[in-house]
Design a binder for this molecule. Structure first.
Ligand code: AMP
Ligand code: MG
Length: 301
């Protein structure tokens, strides 16, 4: 079986390639990774430290006028574990550098605008990591499944989304798209939990069961998303999410790698370091001198 850990790049094992077939995808697997839960959790903590340093570098760059940012797009059916990614993966970095947004049913104000309006407003500022818990992809997923707009309208959105993402990438946004996939059986177990644990009631929505009835239709809509919006500049990664520990490890690795690829340096000082050091050293001498004379003055004469 070989060494525990990633064998090759996680992105290569998880990225949607040509001919990707969601109906043949197994949400219980751990593509590219060898090992079990314990080893995965250890590895995730280690990579979390790398991620945290990279995030600080990004933030530092933003503070010095850098405009680059990162956008993690999370999609998946109910109970796929999107919230857990935000909590456990993004939770490993300084919250001051994070802009997390979740997208639900559009408000009246949002509905009065183009579907990308609320998305655009939620884009991370320079130096930040933005996280979308659901995203503009709902406008070709739930909207398509429920005929919320006519087919020619949602049908035109794939190309529009590609063009929109291309512009964001040109502006310096690194987009990491992850779709978490659970099997229907695992979703059933997780919904069951939500109904049997008072600490999970808040996550339950009676409509989750109605949505579940549309599962095959949703899978077709996801397949279309992968076929039509997995571009070179913003490819999709499909993450088997029956094992939460794997999904969290995988997103940690994808995000960390993406940020390593930005090759961010610590920003150079915008002041004269030697001069400032000399000033501080002089202060230290004055302090030491002052303390000495202060002590002498206080001594009984
Ligand atoms: P949750 O993520 O569990 O809070 O649920 C949010 C709900 O909002 C999901 O059922 C989504 O399908 C729905 N939703 C998100 N975006 C849209 C949209 N653009 N149009 C209609 N429903 C949406
Ligand atoms: Mg829900």
């Amino acid at each position: 079986m070989g060494k525990k850990g990633w064998h090759g790049r996680a992105a290569d094992a998880l990225r949607v390639g040509p001919g990707f077939d969601l109906s043949a995808f197994d949400p219980a697997t751990t593509p590219g990774y060898h090992g079990g839960r314990k080893a995965a959790e250890r590895l995730m903590r280690r990579r979390g430290k790398d991620l945290s340093e990279l995030q600080e570098r990004l933030y530092a760059n933003g503070r010095s006028g850098g405009t680059r940012s990162v956008l993690l797009v999370l999609q998946g059916m109910d109970t796929a574990g999107k919230g857990g990614i935000v909590r456990h993966v993004i939770g490993m970095v300084d919250p001051q550098g994070v802009q997390a947004r979740s997208f639900g049913v559009p408000s009246e104000e949002e509905r009065a605008h183009h579907y990308l309006w609320r998305i655009e407003r939620a884009l991370p500022a320079g130096g930040r990591i933005g996280v979308f818990d659901r995203s503009h992809y709902e406008d070709v997923l739930v909207v398509r499944v429920h005929d919320l707009v006519p087919p020619d309208v949602w049908g035109a959105r794939y190309e529009e989304i590609n063009a929109w993402e291309q512009r964001r990438v040109d502006e310096g946004v690194v987009i990491v798209k992850c779709a978490l996939m659970v099997s229907p059986g695992v979703q059933l177990d997780r919904l069951d939990q939500r109904l049997h644990r008072p600490d999970k009631y808040w996550k339950y929505n009676p409509s989750d069961i109605d949505e579940r009835a549309h599962w095959p239709h949703y899978m077709d809509a996801y397949q279309a998303v992968f076929d039509r919006t997995s571009t070179d500049v913003a490819p999709w990664h499909v993450i088997p999410a029956n094992h939460k520990w794997f999904a969290r490890l995988a997103v940690t690795e994808l995000l960390t790698r993406a940020m390593e690829g930005m090759e961010l340096e610590w920003p150079a000082a915008d002041f004269d370091v030697e001069h400032e050091r000399a000033r501080l050293a002089a202060l230290r001498r004055d302090d030491a001198g002052g303390a000495a004379s202060g002590a002498a003055g206080a001594a009984p004469g």
